[in-house]
Design a protein around this ligand. Sequence first.
Ligand code: ZN
Ligand code: ZN
Length: 380
Amino acid sequence: MTIDPTVTSDPWEPAALRARLDEAGQRAGDAGLDALLVTPGPDLRYLCGYDALPLERLTCLVVRVPGDPALVVPRLEAPAAAASPAGVTGLDVVTWDETTDPYALVASLLTDARRVAVDNHMWAEKVLRLRAAMPGVEQRLAGDVLHQQRMRKSPAEIQALRVAGAAIDRVHERMGQWLRAGRTEREVAAEIAEAIRAEGHATVDFVIVGSGPNGASPHHEVADRVIEPGDPVVVDIGGTTRAGYCSDSTRMYAVGDPPADFLAHYDVLQRAQAAAVGHVRPGVTCASVDAAARQVIADAGHGDRFLHRTGHGIGLETHEDPYIVAGNDLELMPGMAFSVEPGIYLPGRHGARIEDIVVCTSDGVEPLNRTTHDLVVLPA
Ligand code: ZN
Ligand code: ZN
């Protein structure tokens, strides 16, 4: 793990949050918006550090352009908001009581607004009530503004992703403790989940243990299938650290000696994954990173067996922009963090995937997952 001592390890310090709010306001203004309206979810946490519960009562950050941002919260949630990093940013907190109409309250903060943007995950109920409270005000999606900003991680955010990557690597390194023939995928997954927490995550986001033919389904999670000697096993795991940043790493295991055709496929996959990671640098497109992996697999005659995109951005969400997929001509910029995870899937037989989180640096790439890419053969 690379640690730059000049970089703060806290993505939630007040100065960083104020800078994020300022930048969001700037971007909103550039996009012709009069305000961003952001309810509980990753956009809210990103902008002000408040990891609010998504409740029926309205909590809404109002980023006014121009003007100071305000955080509208139900009075009973005000202590939680104050205790979060938002409480020390100097953000104006506006509370509402049980008999107040919070939508009218938000509208009263935006009397001159003509065009606002709501966060992409806002509940439909809240979108429509805001629309009713502000008739004639055009609503757009805030993601068009905020996701551009969130895609480029600050040094402190990258450090938080390094910590998450190292935590999930420690779980992979312990796989031999749990994974063996005669156990079910579900039994193995339960112990992996415990280790994900023990190694430094606050939550377990997913545990995929795809043994033998189950590995051929990329979104298989776990089943009661008993792992057999010779099975290749896809283990794709991730969680969220207390700081809020996500991990996601896939490694391949075999319980005893795997079939010879699997080893041939695995060799192709390893070369494809390395080719895509090696292609990452500023200025290349997301689509070209996808193509770098896909070309190796297609050249080996397995093009139709790589049936998903090569990767997804990661940060406060496991899946966020940028998506590493054909047709995405977005150019990589330093600070973008995303997965590189090609796979080869043979229905009814087995599957394989190798996944690292990587960061685009000023001149290349920094992988955040460092465990071996070789097939890890465990005793049956
Ligand atoms: Zn994954
Ligand atoms: Zn992933």
